[in-house]
Design a protein. Structure first.
Length: 316
């Protein structure tokens, strides 16, 4: 099979042996696979794949057709359309996935949309509901809302009845984020003046830390799931104590199978039906053939997009 490959911090497309599904796994012919910030970090040598995942083939999410079943796998049949988060290896013609991590692709999603769904919507749903406990009527602030996770979080928060405020640095992207359900879209500078917020989803990193503490409401919750702008900053514990606030952080990639399976079941219950009803959509900014993965990574690095950049099978 052909697969995106990281060699000396560069992206190539190379031949690899076809993977074989193990116990409880399915073999998927990948039709689409989203590019995420974690892939960029892995290319830079800063975010290695967890044990058991390919170390040189990036890709944390995929969608495709089941073409093989490992021993004991019974949730899906050959030919089923599935999508899943993976520890790595998603940006390839073939990939193995444990059946408990996989989800059926809603009929409302085409391949590019399905390929850009699992990582960002699972991450956003887990952060704002499972971890932060967002409730109807609360105020949600989403930093970096023009990216994949940000656009997912804006939609999920609005659908749940929260009042959503988003920060977006590029003025020309703010209308697109507002169209996804954000009630207010701000320049990041001075966002703390628009609080208080019950939940803050931090997708940018340490530079927002001090202002987040000023903007958080009493008993508010801050969840850090992105550090692209920096990982280290100063924290005034007095502010945290005064607000009786909670600060927590998380990654999804390295979680054990059992925890990833729980996020998939939560997606099936609470998120996938919203695609079928039309309440949610996957903003796909661009698609690129697998063989032109280097161009897709360069485009991701440029920024200036709203939503996902997705690699698609060379046959379309």
């Amino acid at each position: 099979m052909r697969a995106v490959t990281i060699r000396d911090k560069k992206i190539t497309v190379e031949e690899h042996p076809d993977p074989e599904p193990g116990s409880g796994e399915i073999l998927v012919r990948v039709r689409a696979a989203g590019i995420n910030g974690a892939d960029m970090m892995q290319r830079a040598g800063m975010y290695p794949a967890p044990p058991g995942s390919p170390q040189d083939i990036p890709g944390l999410e995929l969608a495709g057709e089941v073409v093989g079943l490992g021993p004991g796998a019974s949730r899906f049949a050959e030919g089923d359309r599935v999508m899943s988060i993976v520890g790595g290896g998603g940006q390839a013609e073939l990939a193995t996935v444990h059946e408990r991590q996989a989800m059926r692709v809603p009929d409302a999603l085409d391949w590019p949309a399905a390929g850009g769904t699992p990582e960002v919507f699972t991450t956003a749903h887990d952060a704002i509901f499972t971890q932060a406990g967002l409730r109807p009527g609360e105020r949600l602030l989403v930093h970096g809302a023009a990216g994949g996770v940000g656009t997912a979080a804006v939609q999920l928060g609005a659908d749940a009845g929260a009042r959503v405020t988003a920060t977006v640095r590029r003025a020309e992207a703010r209308d697109a984020v507002a169209a996804l359900g954000a009630h207010q879209v701000l320049d990041p500078e001075g966002f703390e003046e628009h609080g208080p917020f019950d939940v803050i989803l931090e997708l940018v990193g340490a530079p927002n830390l001090g202002q987040n503490l000023k903007a958080i409401a009493t008993q508010g919750r801050i969840v850090v799931i992105g550090i692209g702008a920096g990982a280290k900053g100063e924290l005034n514990l007095r502010d945290l104590m005064t607000k009786r606030a909670t600060l927590r952080a998380s990654t999804l990639r390295a979680r054990p199978l059992e925890e990833k399976a729980l996020t998939a079941r939560a997606m099936e219950r609470h998120v996938l039906p919203l695609f079928e009803s039309g309440a949610l959509r996957v903003p796909v900014a661009e698609t690129h053939p697998l063989d032109r993965a280097e161009e897709a990574y360069d485009r991701f690095a440029e920024g200036g997009k709203v939503g996902k950049i997705v690699l698609v099978a060379n046959d379309g």
